[in-house]
Design a protein around this ligand. Structure first.
Ligand code: ZN
Length: 689
């Protein structure tokens, strides 16, 4: 990592008490004095966390995630997992050298982050789809990795091969790099939850001891310097089981050495499109960093970190927010243009961070955002069979083809092709965790020994609540439908609370209890139902979805309804762009390019005072994969006119002209589809006067 960048980074704000130096105390006294003199400054800083000492024990999260396997996918969600299992996830280890011949399994290919990334999605997927073949693969890898743990605890290759992803002047990986350990620890904790394998906890403990020792000799550097939050996730997982104090010291050490995400998300240092590649603006680093405020809350008990957790999202939205719920990051943060695009790794890592922030804070907004990302951005980045994906996905994406002079700031003109490893292979390895981790975070343990439905999708829960076996079937086509049915079964009469999330976007939501009572629900809260459950009883949840416009770049708008974003899907011609670099067994596979076959430069005619006059929903029963273009179960119709002065630029749609706009073209009926079922699309539209 270049020294000048290191020098720009502030020291972290969380420090063990015993390590506080005189200088820090003097600085703190100066800070307080200055604040008294400058009341306005104090006011601005009022919510800013910092200068905390770790607690003696971790602060409890509001919700506790259930062990992997307690929540099993059903309906359309199970379909996505099965498609992924029959796609890249289930086969990468058979033909893609960076997994097949990975250093992690004794091969000579990449021995750094890629196999751990793949395992982080493949292992939970094996169990959530109950796939014997994938479970056998998971066991083979875990067995190998545990068997080859070094005497001092290091997991995996001690030296990566000339590492992919180490950019430019970064040092060769001649010393142990803890970053891949951070990932494999997450794999092992999931494996333990679902198998109870007694080897895992001692192996994780040894691994963390060896990381602890290394941090004393060689502090965090390059990727691991920014991604220390992913180590802390596993430290907490282990601490919650062993309660050993040294683990909290290790968490504080990592926070202390690593990049200062507190200062970063308090006032985002990058407010414009990145001119060149940089660590601080790296999209995946930021997506991973999003969970750090929630993690620091558990370590320090300072409630301001809970506020910072949402402020982080607001900061990214303000300067880099996209209609699909992501921040632009065509590898690094890239401004508000809806044509700019976001790396697929950002999508899945942002989801994991939102899951962590949701659990710790219990704030509905994290769940709302998680659904927006999962039900729009995630499926859109892949072909429906999950054999191909994009490196960069754009909210306004009018072509997927090679461009000599692309719009992207930090990646090449091949980045939005649907292929095996367009641009880089990191997303090829890392994309698998999205749906499995969403599934395991649909329900969580709630305060007072109950259960909470925090994110909605068809599933079944089997768990123990206050010593009672509880089985809940969540039957729904949500997010394509407003109705959810919960069949709650207990083996014997049992009294415990169930919590239901009421999204911020709903109005007039109701819950019908087994005795026929209908309760009105307040948006933006968790609604508690405390009663005795007996046998099988049914609760009906209605979440009315009204239209909403999101205002974006140059006053363009995108159409939202509940968790879904709607886009004009373009007629598309798919072209074999080039053969996969590495071929799986069977039919020869190609990377695909996509060329638009219909007009896209429309401005919408909208009555902003009454959207129901301009927008109409049509629905049909959900069958098969809702994210397969042409098979979407819901559409929105709207009228619009073409805009002659809105054309393509650099292989993408030019930014939408400043709204409101005028056009003399004919008024046309446009049919919008869920964003997730489009591959070429316009999502951010100019608005007609
Ligand atoms: Zn990636």
């Amino acid at each position: 990592m270049p020294e000048e960048i290191l020098n720009e980074i502030n020291p972290n704000e969380v420090r063990p008490k015993s390590k506080r130096s005189l200088w820090l105390w003097l600085a703190a006294i100066f800070f307080v004095g200055a604040s008294v003199c400058l009341g306005w400054y104090l006011y601005i800083q009022a919510n800013r966390p910092g200068h905390d000492t770790p607690l003696d024990a971790l602060a409890a999260p509001v919700f506790n995630p259930l062990p992997l396997g307690s929540v099993m996918p059903k309906g359309w969600l199970l379909e996505q997992l099965k498609l992924q299992s029959s796609g890249l996830t289930g086969h990468l280890d058979e033909f893609w050298p960076d997994v097949k011949d990975s250093g992690w399994i004794g091969g000579k290919a990449e021995g750094w982050e890629r196999a751990p990334y793949w395992l982080d999605g493949m292992v939970p997927m094996a169990y959530l789809t109950d796939d014997a073949k994938l479970k056998a693969k998971a066991k083979r890898w875990v067995d190998y990795i545990l068997k080859h743990q070094t005497a001092d605890g290091w997991l995996g290759p001690e030296q990566g091969n000339p590492a992919y992803g180490l950019i430019g002047k970064a040092p060769p990986n001649e010393i142990r790099d803890p970053w891949p350990q951070f990932i494999i620890l997450k794999v092992l904790s999931q494996y333990e939850e679902v198998t109870g394998d007694p080897r895992i906890i001692p192996a994780m403990e040894k691994s963390m001891r060896s990381i602890d020792l290394q941090l004393d000799q060689r502090p965090l550097f390059n990727w691991n310097f920014f991604r220390w939050g992913d180590l802390v996730v596993s430290i907490y997982w282990l601490y919650d089981r062993t309660h050993e104090p040294w683990l909290l010291e290790l968490a504080a050490k990592a926070a202390n050495q690593g990049y200062n995400w507190t200062a970063h998300f308090w006032d985002l240092p990058l407010k414009h499109k990145s001119e060149k590649w940089n660590w601080v603006g790296h999209g995946v680093n930021n997506a991973m960093g999003l969970k750090v405020p929630a993690l620091l809350y558990r370590l320090t008990g300072n409630a301001r970190y809970k506020k910072l957790a949402w402020r982080a999202i607001e900061q990214l939205d303000r300067y880099h927010g996209e209609p699909n719920g992501l921040m632009s990051a065509d590898e690094c943060l890239a401004g508000l243009n809806p044509s700019q695009g976001t790396e697929l790794c950002v999508i899945v890592e942002m989801m994991f961070s939102l899951e962590n922030s949701l659990a710790v804070t219990g704030d509905v907004r994290f769940a709302d955002r998680l659904e927006k990302v999962a039900y729009n951005a995630l499926p859109a980045a892949c072909t429906p069979d999950y054999w191909r994906h994009q490196y960069v996905e754009q909210s306004n994406q009018v072509a997927s083809a090679y461009v000599e002079q692309p719009i992207y700031a930090t990646v090449s003109g091949i980045a939005n092709i649907f292929g095996l490893e367009p641009q880089y292979g990191c997303c090829t390895a890392n994309m698998h965790q999205g749906w499995p981790k969403l599934t395991s975070h649909l329900w969580m343990e709630s305060p007072e020994g109950g259960l909470a439905a925090v994110v909605y999708a068809p599933c079944v829960v089997d768990t123990q609540v206050q010593g009672n076996a509880v089985h809940i079937e969540e039957v729904t086509d949500y997010p394509f439908n407003e109705s959810l049915t919960f069949n709650v079964t207990t083996a014997r009469p049992a009294t415990f609370p169930l919590y239901f999330r009421v999204p911020e976007w709903t109005q007039g939501a109701t819950l019908k209890l087994p005795d026929g009572t209908i309760e009105s629900l307040k948006p933006g809260e968790f609604h508690q139902v405390s009663r005795q459950w007996n046998g099988t009883e049914t609760v009906l949840l209605q979440l009315p979805m009204a239209f909403k416009l999101r205002k974006g770049y140059q006053d363009s708008v995108s159409v939202e309804r509940g968790p879904l974003v709607f886009s004009l899907g373009l007629k598309t011609k798919w072209i074999n762009f080039m053969p996969f670099h590495f071929q799986p067994k069977g039919e020869r596979k190609f990377d695909w390019a996509a060329i638009p076959q219909s007009h896209w430069n429309y401005a919408l005619a909208l009555n902003a005072n009454d959207l129901n006059q301009s927008l109409t929903v049509t629905q049909q029963p959900l069958k098969g994969n809702p994210f397969d273009p042409g098979n979407e179960p819901i559409h929105v119709t709207v009228e619009g006119r073409q805009l002659d002065n809105w054309q393509g630029a650099q292989g993408a749609a030019a930014p939408p002209p400043q709204s409101p706009v005028e056009s003399t073209e004919a008024l046309e009926k446009l049919v919008l589809s869920p964003y997730g079922s489009t591959r070429l699309r316009i999502t951010a539209f100019p608005v007609l006067k």
